[in-house]
Design a protein around this ligand. Structure first.
Ligand SMILES: O=C(O)C1=C[C@@H](OP(=O)(O)O)[C@@H](O)[C@H](O)C1
Ligand SMILES: C=C(OP(=O)(O)O)C(=O)O
Length: 421
């Protein structure tokens, strides 16, 4: 298989959510260009509209009139977060500081995911959180109120938990410190700093002082490294050719997959590296034709490629030798249980893999073709990872729900077909 050309991946999902939320909390008008128009970001736009923020239909250029940190209005309907954990948890932090209650609902997948991880610190700040049914699961109502300062040590390295607490602190005007075991993605910190908030980051701790205001800011969203990862993998698995992936966010809390792929033997370089809107951005160039070998991922590397681990498992099936991922039990509480789902799907297409409680082992047997049916559990990352395996010469992989890619990467299948020469 030969790859060629340039794939411009859509805007970063994490940054797109935050760009809307911070624009809503801002003093004045913010313009966001190149925002990701996907189902998850539409969920964030929808919950903001329900709270009185005039967010236009998502497009190349989105202008939002900020309401200030406590200027949201009580929603007259539920906040429908769809499939999006980020929408739910970050918005829960903001609602905790507003003088009203809001009920969060989501689809079947989101309704299985744990919410106590954000509810507990928000309760410690003085908000009240109630559940319709099972404790810690949606539907969940956050009753906002007068919040107090918080110094919180998180058990998980979760940017959503960290951001929920930080946004609650900013919206309430109180002081917060959040500590985490390993550094998770730091877009909230960078984006608040760019909007005039005195954020301090020291090692694995973040501090925001009392009385913060969020300035309005015009920004462009860089390309999503989690979406670019599928094309980096495709290029690395190709027998010849080169793919260029321009304008990808290269924030070091997000580039773990590229690093692991390079370590496995892929030829990856970066052109035109620069700073844009507080983020490192560049063109990732991947060349095919290299033999790949297995690797081990654990510890602090895990958060830097948390959403790319299903894809890493697929690449590992085409490498020589074992790939071991440990310390990634968070994968069990994503859109699906991504440990069980990826191991089951790998076996279904003819690869060898086994589950660990907190990760997996893939027994790679070098470049080859795969065939079988993949159950995605409507998980976009699973669909795209197995889409890459299905694109390999001789492969015949049927993904049960190809449309679920719309959560993060509408147009993925066309882009995948277009990258193969
Ligand atoms: O903050 C964010 O934008 C995200 C954080 C990660 O989740 P956790 O915070 O649950 O690890 C990641 O998996 C998710 O896709 C997006
Ligand atoms: C886990 C993901 O997103 P979220 O938590 O926002 O649903 C993801 O996009 O892989």
């Amino acid at each position: 298989m030969r790859v060629a050309g340039s794939v411009r991946v859509p805007g970063d999902k994490s940054i797109s959510h935050r760009a809307l939320l911070l624009a809503a909390l801002g003093d004045g008008r913010s313009r966001v260009t190149r925002i990701l128009d996907s189902a998850d970001v539409r969920s964030t736009a929808g919950v903001l509209r329900a709270m009185g923020v005039a967010v236009p239909a998502l497009g190349p250029d989105v202008v939002v009139e900020g309401r200030g940190v406590r200027g949201l209005t009580a929603p007259s309907s539920d906040l429908d977060c769809g499939n999006s954990g980020t929408t739910t948890r970050l918005t829960a932090g903001i609602v905790a500081a507003q003088p009203f209650a809001a009920r969060f609902v989501g689809d079947a997948s989101l309704s299985r995911r744990p919410m106590a991880r954000v509810a507990r610190p928000l309760e410690a700040m003085g908000a009240r959180v109630t559940y319709d049914g099972d404790a810690g699961r949606l539907p969940m109502t956050v009753h906002g109120g007068a919040l107090q300062d918080l110094d919180w040590t998180s058990e998980t390295s979760s940017a959503q938990v960290k951001s929920a607490i930080v946004l609650a602190g900013v919206a309430a005007g109180v002081e917060v410190t959040v500590r985490e075991p390993h550094r998770s993605r730091d877009h909230t910190e960078r984006m608040l700093a760019a909007r005039g908030v005195d954020v301090w980051v020291h090692d694995r701790a973040v501090h925001v002082p009392a009385g913060a205001r969020v300035a309005a800011l015009d920004t462009a969203v860089p390309g999503d490294p989690s979406s670019a990862a599928f094309f980096a993998a495709l290029g690395a698995l190709a027998s010849e050719g080169e793919l260029r992936l321009p304008d990808v966010c290269l924030n070091p809390t997000r580039t773990g997959f590229f690093f692991a792929l390079a370590r496995m033997g892929a030829r990856l370089t970066v052109d035109d590296e620069r700073q844009e809107g507080g983020e490192d951005v560049g063109t990732v160039v991947v060349e095919g034709g290299r033999a790949l070998r297995g690797t081990t991922v654990e510890g602090e590397e895990v958060p830097s490629m948390i959403d790319e681990l299903p894809l890493l498992a697929c690449v590992a099936a085409c490498a020589e030798g074992e790939t071991i991922v440990r310390g990634a039990s968070e994968l069990r509480v994503k859109e699906s249980d991504r440990i069980t789902a990826v191991v089951t799907a790998l076996r279904a297409v003819g690869a060898e893999a086994e589950e660990l409680p907190d990760g997996f082992v893939v027994y790679g047997r070098g470049p080859r073709a795969f065939a079988g049916n993949v159950v995605t559990h409507a998980d976009h990352r699973l669909a795209m990872a197995f889409g890459v395996l299905g694109a390999l010469p001789g492969s015949d992989v049927a993904v049960d729900d190809p449309a679920c890619v719309d959560v993060s990467f509408p147009g993925f299948w066309r882009a995948l077909a277009g990258a193969i020469a």
